[in-house]
Every structure is written in structure tokens, then in C-alpha cells.
Ligand binder design. Structure first.
Ligand code: RRO
Length: 291
């Protein structure tokens, strides 16, 4: 594996990070992904109150992806107990709230121990959380300011479900973000012809997996032009070639989510190819497709 890399204020074991929400509900599964070669891991999003999540079905397979409406299930403050044993590891705490103050409150619980935060301003279907706030530059800026005030590296994860993602990225930058993560899931739905109703319990959800890769890539490309922060590419990455494409679009690192469900060893496999031979010339390729 690669030696340490420094991205957005956080030291990672390599350029490949476990995306939020995937195997992030327990500290044990996060620890396992680190042992399986993840350069860093992001937790399931933690909010101001414990939440059970939406009624099912919550996760359905698509051709080339997944559609989910988990509904932000999380134990809130009790999550601290899950990750105390990972104190020296690159565990990035994903947090959400309905207001800037709620983001600040959740951040305060973890401020003594966190190596970094990732603000989830982008859940595509949660009422009162995420989607609406992630589309409003003033709110994105205010939420970022509340959390960045703790002086801990603060990554901001954006939604692709906006007209101009560059405007939102700049708002995060003005709020003091140390990196931008692009993107969360793409809003979508399926309908059961037999039942004559939406398949998901929540009706709408977020699409992940290879089918959204070109959308995520375009968002990273736009953000590279719009902002001067490091960008972490996320959305449908499932091969070393995808990682390189993301980097050429402007990503300094990538996150991998849905692909982990198909292959738990994906981090080691991608790393073996990415760092083979002379290694990865990240400095040369990041953003090179803009020349
Ligand atoms: O829990 C979810 O339903 C969820 C979240 Br918090 C998110 O950020 N993105 C997503 O696709 N699902």
C-alpha cells in the first residue's frame, strides 16, 4: 500500500476512503475496513437525536447501482462508544442536522477526539434534513462555519441534486471547509407494477453505484473549476481506472461505497493496481483533464 497521504487536513493511509453510510454503523466494521486496506473511513451520519430510519423496503438493487432510503438511522451521541477504540485511526465522523446549530451541537460531542468531520448536507430524501439545506448556499456556509469553528478538519459532502454545484462548493469554502466531498446519492425512485406503488417505503431515495459515476465525475470537474479546496470524488467508483478518471477531473482522493457490497476486498484490489510499478503520480494527474 501507499504511504501516508495528507488530504484536506487529514492524514490517510492511502487515497481510497470508505464512503459514509457503508458499513459505518459499527466501530467493528470500520476497523475491519481499515484492516482491509481503506486509507480512511467515514462513519454513518450521526444526528442530534437517535433515529430508527424509514420503514422498508429501504435498499433495492438496480441495473448498475443501488437505490436507498435508509432514513438516517443512527444512535446519535451514543455512537461515541463505537469509535473510542479507533482513536488513532483516520476515522472521519459524518454528521447531520436540520439547522447550523444542530450541526454545531453534534460536532461538539466529538470535538475532543475527532480527526475530522464530514458534514452531510446532502441526504436526498430525508424530510427536514439534508436535501433542502444542501441546495441553499447561505445555509451550507452557516453549517460549515458552525463546525469548522472547532478547529478540526471539516469536509463538506455535497448533493448532485442541484443546478450549479460550483455555487454550493464555494459556499462551503467561504464557511471554512478544508475539503469538498462530491457527491452524495442522486435522487430517484422505482414503482412496483404489481403493487401499483413506489417500491421504497419512503417512495423516493438516493441512487449510488456505477450508474452515477459520470454524474459524480462531472460534479468533481465543475467543482475543480469553481473552488480552490481539495476535492474528494465519490459516486460509483469501482475500479482503479475510475480512481484515475476522478483524479484527472480534479479529485485529490476518492471514496468508495456501493462497490464494497460486491467485494469486501475492493480497497486492496484497487490499491494493488493503482500503486503498482512506479506508484501513483497523483501530483501529475490531479486536474490534468482541465488543461
Ligand atoms: O440514511 C440515508 O437514507 C442516506 C443518507 Br443519511 C445519505 O446521506 N445518503 C443516502 O443516500 N442515504
Amino acid at each position: 500500500q501507499k504511504g501516508p497521504v495528507h488530504i484536506g487536513g487529514i492524514t490517510l493511509h492511502n487515497h481510497l476512503i470508505l464512503a459514509a453510510g457503508v458499513l459505518g454503523t459499527t466501530g467493528a466494521s470500520l476497523g475491519r475496513m481499515l484492516r482491509l486496506g481503506a486509507g480512511g473511513v467515514v462513519t454513518k451520519s450521526i444526528g442530534p437525536e437517535p433515529k430508527a430510519g424509514h420503514s422498508g423496503p429501504c435498499l433495492i438493487p438496480l441495473n448498475g447501482g443501488l437505490l436507498n432510503a435508509m432514513g438516517l438511522p443512527n444512535p446519535s451521541r451514543d455512537y461515541l462508544d463505537e469509535i473510542t477504540h479507533l482513536r488513532d485511526e483516520p476515522v472521519i465522523i459524518s454528521i447531520f442536522g436540520g439547522t447550523p446549530e444542530e450541526f454545531g451541537e453534534v460536532a461538539s460531542w466529538f470535538a475532543d477526539t475527532a480527526v475530522g468531520f464530514e458534514l452531510n448536507l446532502s441526504c436526498p430524501h430525508a424530510e427536514g434534513y439534508g436535501a433542502a439545506i444542501g441546495a441553499d448556499p447561505a445555509i451550507v456556509r452557516a453549517c460549515t462555519e458552525e463546525v469548522a469553528a472547532y478547529g478540526i478538519p471539516t469536509w463538506v459532502k455535497l448533493t448532485p441534486n442541484v443546478t450549479d454545484i460550483g455555487v454550493i462548493g464555494r459556499a462551503a469554502e467561504e464557511g471554512g471547509a478544508s475539503a469538498i466531498v462530491a457527491v452524495n446519492t442522486v435522487r430517484g425512485m422505482r414503482i412496483s407494477i404489481d403493487l401499483r406503488r413506489p417500491v421504497l417505503g419512503n417512495r423516493f431515495g438516493g441512487i449510488s453505484g456505477p450508474m452515477i459515476f459520470p454524474i459524480a465525475l462531472r460534479c468533481v470537474y465543475d467543482l475543480y473549476d469553481a473552488c480552490s479546496l481539495p476535492i474528494i470524488g465519490c459516486g460509483g467508483v469501482s475500479s482503479a481506472e475510475d480512481v484515475i478518471e476522478m483524479m484527472m477531473a480534479g479529485a485529490s482522493a476518492v471514496q468508495i461505497g456501493s462497490a464494497v457490497y460486491d467485494d469486501i476486498a475492493i480497497f486492496e484490489q484497487i490499491a494493488a493496481s493503482l500503486y503498482a510499478d512506479d506508484g501513483l503520480a497523483a501530483d501529475e494527474i490531479v486536474g490534468c483533464a482541465h488543461a
